[in-house]
Design a binder for this molecule. Structure first.
Ligand code: GLA
Length: 387
């Protein structure tokens, strides 16, 4: 791929001299959904698919960007002297966002660059193509502009970019998983303290299959922000009676004792999901360590039920895909992953049942929804890197 990208770079920007190459993965979350902005524990991993970038510094203040995924947009240009969010600049807003975020912390970046990228994360699939791009730009700024921070700080600056410049109030999970990913390991991350541990994602003769609903993506960001606001409201009810920083700081017993204080039906449902999902995540990690895959799978199923009934972020496409998947031979668990409303599910499937799984789930999903899902076998990869 990178050879083809070099040829396109040459075509678009004149020569290939002095180019630098980078890669940044996508991510998938095994469990711990919608709790990374509630101080909960999450369990994501980086994927081997992601975004490739070719970079070259310029002598002036211009930034020229070209994506092989958006050829019709051609080269999009902006000046480092003066730039802001502009809807028509599409994906380049993520480039601007990270430059802005680094600029806030380290002072304005003045020297421009040429940048070409290509991503093999399906767009809008909920596998974090945008966070992948954010970390790619972060790594470029660190390496090429001599900025002395580590990848954890880079993930925080990328999250700030997304929150403040793009306007999506995401948590830290995606950026952290992408920055800190490690081949064949999942990351058990406490999103309050950012303490983390690498846990071997050892599944014996099982594989993680990602199934994409292929639902058209629309307006998910506003629903995402709405969930976050509902959680903040739930927390403020709790804080009137108990000193806690995050909803996920509460144990199940503590929560059960105080939940009647949440005087709003919807907020109560959201908080219930958060507290129980946080416990499920801790349990799931233990089960994986003990190699108890059957129970691990059951917890994934429970997580989906909660996201469907209490957090209400699934929808007919995700529910259909999960329900059919859970019924298949050799499947020990299946759930939606990521922000929800569309996007992907993960299923733990016995290796010798995968072909049949893909065939039957594909057919049944199409019968009900009207179009086909797509399937990928998860390969857990490393975090963002220079090539
Ligand atoms: C999106 C956000 C993450 C996280 C998940 C849900 O991927 O970017 O921060 O909240 O949704 O778990």
């Amino acid at each position: 791929m990178i050879k083809e990208m070099e040829a396109v770079f040459c075509d678009k920007f004149g020569t290939n001299e002095n180019i630098q190459k980078f890669f940044s993965p996508g991510r998938v979350n095994l469990i711990g959904e919608h709790i990374d902005y509630n101080g909960g524990n999450v369990f994501p991993c980086a994927l081997s698919i992601g975004t490739y970038g070719i970079f070259r510094k310029r002598q002036d203040d211009k930034v020229l960007c070209y994506s092989m995924n958006f050829e019709d947009l051609d080269i999009i240009e902006f000046s480092l002297k003066d730039f802001k969010y502009d809807k028509k600049d599409n994906w380049v807003n993520y480039v601007k966002a990270v430059i802005w975020s680094f600029g806030q912390k380290f002072g304005k970046i003045e020297q421009g660059f040429e940048f070409l990228c290509y991503g093999n994360i399906p767009n809008g699939s909920g596998l974090s193509s945008s966070a992948s791009l954010e970390l790619l730009i972060s790594k470029i700024l660190i390496d090429e502009y001599n900025i002395k921070i580590d990848m954890i700080e880079a993930s925080i600056l990328s999250q700030i970019a997304e929150n403040k410049f793009i306007g999506v109030n995401c948590g830290i999970m995606d950026q952290f998983a992408i920055a800190m990913g490690k081949k064949d390991y999942a990351i058990f991350l406490n999103t309050d303290t950012l303490d983390y541990k690498y846990i071997p994602a050892k599944l014996d003769n099982y594989k993680i299959i990602i199934s994409n609903t292929n639902k058209e993506r629309k307006l998910n960001e506003s629903k995402y922000n709405e969930r976050r606001t509902e959680c903040e409201k739930a927390l403020s009810f709790i804080q009137k009676y108990k000193q806690v920083k995050n909803i996920a700081d509460l144990t199940i017993d503590e929560f059960e004792a105080i939940k009647h204080r949440i005087e709003d039906e919807i907020c109560l449902k959201r908080a219930t999901h958060v507290v129980y999902e946080n416990e499920r995540t801790k349990k799931a990690v233990e089960l994986l360590k003990q190699n108890d895959l059957e129970q691990f799978g059951k917890i994934l199923n429970e997580s989906h039920k909660s996201l469907k009934e209490l957090y209400e972020v699934t929808g007919v496409e995700l529910d259909t895909l999960v329900e059919i998947s859970q019924q298949q031979k050799g499947v020990i668990g299946s759930r939606m992953t990521g922000a929800g409303f569309g996007g992907c599910t993960i299923s733990i499937v016995k290796e010798d049942c995968i072909d049949q799984f893909i065939q039957v789930v594909g057919t049944k999903y199409k019968e009900k929804i009207g179009y086909e899902p797509s399937f990928y076998t998860v390969q857990i990869g490393n975090g963002t890197m220079k090539l």
